[in-house]
Design a protein around this ligand. Structure first.
Ligand SMILES: Nc1nc2c(ncn2[C@@H]2O[C@H](COP(=O)(O)OP(=O)(O)OP(=O)(O)O)[C@@H](O)[C@H]2O)c(=O)[nH]1
Ligand SMILES: [Mg+2]
Length: 356
């Protein structure tokens, strides 16, 4: 308990002083009017003597002050910690931005050429696995390794091995036109006797389309209506060095239609099954088509309409998802000129956008 005496001019002054020094809980124990001693006191105003008591208030106030000081210190500490953290965080953000920036410069070429993220990530992880995690993504060496891995994905199988070749693939990708180009290439430039067969009796005009090319090239021509016709039609082509067989374009999403083509192929037992893919197709669709057609065990890819696209990531996507070599590229509508055998360097340049 603290007891304190105040000499004040009025009670208002007493209350202010008591509250300030002893706190709100202080009580006034006594109050009385007084005069100062001596003759001077007689002429002065009266004063009040007020006695107040409080329960350990000042001590409590001191504790509060101490606690407040501690709190302030802690707050200051927290503030400086926060400031520290924030500056570190912005450093991290800056570094991430920087590393993203660096990665982007290497990715740029791949991304600009529409190479799917999935393939880019796989290439990057292969480089990292090969050369350790220390290789900087913006280094020349890293870029060279990326190029090497892309070149390893590119497989080519130039030329037509064996006698019988079937072209399969989605609708409108250029199967019939490519058969005409191949027939022209091998009969006109490589002196082969070429026979043409179609099993595409589904689409109106499809038979006529190939027959016209056969007539121009003076090549034997046959139509297979059912699987049973195969031996007979093949017999008419006995003297041919090469036989190209055209099929109906099929949406790979329709498994029934794809397996229908497969029945013919199982019976034909061709030496080469060429999946024809247009390079104007989205990479995501190429992935699906390449997978859906795998039930027909295609042996090579013919990539068409290279002339119709500015980005050839679709070439890498085709190779990556199909995992068979590319045999030919076609680059326009002209029969037979707009076709060429696939070469690694050419494909690489197209993929990296170095060649249009
Ligand atoms: N620009 C360009 N057009 C092509 C190329 N190859 C084929 N075409 C064109 O693509 C169109 C379709 O060609 P087709 O040969 O009929 O295609 P298809 O795959 O046989 O079509 P379906 O039998 O209906 O499945 C035609 O207009 C061709 O001239 C090419 O390399 N470049
Ligand atoms: Mg066709």
């Amino acid at each position: 308990m603290i007891i304190k005496r105040y000499i004040v001019d009025n009670m208002n002054e007493a209350m202010i002083k008591i509250r300030y020094e002893l706190g709100n809980e202080a009580v006034i124990v006594s109050q009385r009017k007084i005069r100062e001693k001596g003759i001077k006191g007689f002429f002065r105003h009266k004063k009040y003597e007020v006695t107040a008591a409080a329960d350990d208030k000042p001590k409590k106030n001191n504790e509060e002050i101490i606690k407040k000081d501690e709190l302030r210190n802690e707050m200051d500490e927290l503030k400086s910690m926060m400031a520290n953290l924030l500056s570190k965080q912005s450093e991290v953000v800056d570094n991430t931005k920087k590393s993203k920036g660096k990665k982007l410069t290497i990715n740029k070429k791949l991304l600009e050429n529409d190479i799917p993220d999935e393939i880019i990530e796989d290439i990057y992880s292969k480089v990292k696995a090969k050369d350790g995690k220390n290789l900087r993504t913006n280094s020349k060496q890293f870029e060279e390794e990326v190029n090497n891995i892309i070149k390893n994905i590119i497989k080519t199988d130039t030329g037509i091995n064996g006698r019988v070749h079937v072209l399969i693939g989605p609708t409108g990708v250029g199967k019939t036109t490519t058969i005409a180009k191949l027939a022209g290439l091998y009969s006109l430039y490589k002196n082969k006797k070429v026979g043409l067969i179609t099993i595409d009796t589904y689409r109106i005009g499809a038979v006529e389309q190939l027959k016209i090319y056969a007539n121009i090239l003076s090549a034997p021509f046959g139509v297979i209506l059912t699987v049973k016709d195969i031996p007979e039609v093949m017999k008419t082509m006995e003297d041919c060095d090469l036989i190209f067989i055209d099929t109906t374009g099929r949406n790979s999403k329709n498994a029934m239609q794809v397996s229908e083509i497969r029945q013919y192929i199982d019976a034909l037992k061709p030496d080469g099954i060429h999946l024809v893919l247009s390079m104007t197709t989205k990479c995501k669709d190429i992935k699906r088509i390449a997978n859906d057609y795998k039930i027909i065990k295609y042996t090579s890819l013919i990539l068409t309409k290279i002339d119709e696209t500015d980005t050839c990531g679709s070439i890498l996507a085709s190779l990556y998802y199909a995992n068979v070599p590319v045999s030919f590229l076609t680059t326009g509508q002209n029969v037979p000129d707009d076709i060429q055998e696939a070469k690694t360097e050419k494909l690489f340049n197209l993929i990296m956008g170095a060649e249009q």
